[in-house]
Design a protein around this ligand. Structure first.
Ligand code: F0G
Length: 481
């Protein structure tokens, strides 16, 4: 990808595609946004799309597809067994990852379920750079435990470290030496979701694989966010500069025993699965696919999505395609940083992450600053983000609150979905919110499910702050939406 310079305007990320299908959006008035937020129990998962202008909840399953993906969907081979579509997908994975076998699953967490059921038992320890919600849930459900080995820079919210997702290799070595027999596999999440889409370096990934293999355990890659990570390796890692995206991918894949992914992210489609080199490992997991997912040649996925995934995986090898997400995220993050808004730096993949602890220092963690910020961002701009803080944690067994180590609001940028002016609008409204942050108060639960409360839980504002925020909006923006 050639770097695109500008002659007389400030540089902006340039779209390397044109938009040919659009979806109309509404921006409802701020008074409606206050009501909609209350109707949704101050939980952005429970908002209705008709009330949302910019849906930045997630990039999962909502990335824009290419014309070639849509065309491929028209020639899918629908068949219970032996589908040619499945063969095309397996061949593409073999070409990209060099893996011989593929077990299809309906999405990433289904692959995690199969992995956990095949390898985790009570007392197992699964080390990883950082956990993801569904991954951890599958491991702990079966009596295993997660051990996070993120490098110390990984949890520093503002930093210039290019690879905050890296493992702490010394801790990994010690853990393998002390408890290796309880460790069936080590999971590498490239890049890391919950700490701001931060990548790992190629060097770190290969070093992890070396250590783990020396102790005889397996190395598993969660490749859901690999496309952003590939971009960061190519652009930030000196040793990888002269490698193509394809070569980087292959170097990573050759060092892995098992690669699983959510195709809602990797491959710009919907689905998932497990790619692997070894026949014995394949056979160990295989029977769970027809039992929980669907027959071995579709695994719960639509063949149309599998065709789209095949093309999407090929497109993932193209820097012009995979640069779009990180460049837009960097633009949004740096614009907010210039305006003094607290964001996670350096910009990573997946989305722009606001640091709610510094944005709303007056909201106690027990009153959910990241949840309050998610509600306030929706009221300020019709922007739907995702709380990634204490609301997303689970209470301790004694009922006490488990305070999250970081309080973030994730504003995901599904790839190629939003235009630069929409990103600028989001920056503008967030800056306005930051200047009016004293008006924002906390939240409390009114209905709290015992597990996955961030999906279904309902809250209320601790005061009339949402109305006061809307009044300030009217004062500053007049009758604007
Ligand atoms: N692993 C990672 C790193 C993920 O980010 C996700 C999903 C999964 C596994 C599970 O995959 O959703 O297909 O079952 N992340 C989504 C998100 C939900 O919004 O970040 P899935």
């Amino acid at each position: 990808m050639a770097e695109i310079k500008f002659y007389c305007t400030d540089p902006v990320p340039l779209e390397l595609h044109k938009v040919r299908i659009v979806q109309k959006l509404d921006l409802v008035p701020v008074e409606r946004r206050v009501r909609a937020m209350a109707e949704a129990g101050f939980n952005t998962f429970l908002l209705q799309n008709r009330d949302i202008y910019l849906d930045m909840l997630t990039d999962s399953g909502v990335n824009a597809m290419s014309d070639r993906q849509l065309a491929a969907m028209m020639v899918a081979d629908d068949s219970y067994a032996g589908s040619a579509t499945f063969t095309r997908l397996t061949d593409k994975l073999r070409e990209i990852f060099g893996t011989e076998y593929f077990l299809p699953a309906h999405q990433g967490r289904a692959a995690e379920n199969i992995l956990a059921m095949s390898f985790v038992q009570p007392g197992s320890i699964i080390p990883m750079n950082y956990h993801f919600t569904t991954t951890k849930a599958h491991i702990t459900r079966l009596g295993g435990q997660v051990e996070e080995l993120i490098s110390p820079q990984g949890v520093e919210l503002t930093s210039s470290c290019p690879f905050k997702g890296n493992f702490d290799l010394d801790r990994l070595e010690r853990l393998m030496a002390d408890k290796g027999r309880r460790i069936p596999f080590v999971r590498i999440e490239a890049g890391t979701n919950l700490i701001g889409g931060q990548p790992l370096s190629l060097g770190n990934i290969l070093a992890v694989a070396d250590i783990v293999h020396r102790y005889g355990s397996l190395v598993v890659l969660d490749a859901s966010l690999l496309q952003d990570n590939l971009y960061f390796i190519k652009t930030r890692e000196e040793a990888a500069r002269d490698l193509s995206v394809r070569q980087i991918t292959r170097k990573i894949a050759d060092a892995m025993d098992i690669i699983y992914f959510s195709a809602r992210k990797l491959g710009f489609a919907r689905g998932g699965g497990i790619a692997l080199h070894d026949r014995a490992l394949y056979e160990r997991m295989r029977e769970l696919v027809p039992m929980f997912e669907g027959f071995l040649t579709y695994g719960g996925m639509s063949v149309r999505e599998m065709e789209a995934m095949t093309v999407g995986l090929e497109e993932t090898m193209d820097m012009d395609v995979i640069s779009q997400g990180p460049l837009f995220i960097r633009y949004m993050t740096e614009e907010l940083e210039k305006l003094g808004v607290p964001v996670v730096t350096p910009a990573g993949g997946l989305g722009c992450h606001l640091d709610a602890s510094r944005f709303l220092p007056h909201v106690r963690q027990e009153e959910y600053p990241a949840g309050a910020l998610a509600a306030a961002a929706y009221i300020a701009g019709g922007i739907r983000g995702m709380e990634r803080g204490t609301v997303s944690e689970q209470r301790e067994a004694d009922g006490s609150e488990h305070l999250a180590s970081v309080e973030l609001l994730r504003l995901a940028l599904p790839r190629r979905v939003f235009t630069l002016s929409q990103v600028r609008y989001a920056v503008d409204r967030i800056k306005w919110l930051y200047d009016n942050r004293d008006l924002v108060g906390g939240l409390r639960f009114v209905q709290e499910p015992s597990s996955l409360r961030f999906f279904f839980g309902r809250m209320e504002a601790v005061s009339d702050w949402p109305d006061r925020l809307a009044q300030a909006f009217r004062r500053d923006f007049g009758d604007s939406l």
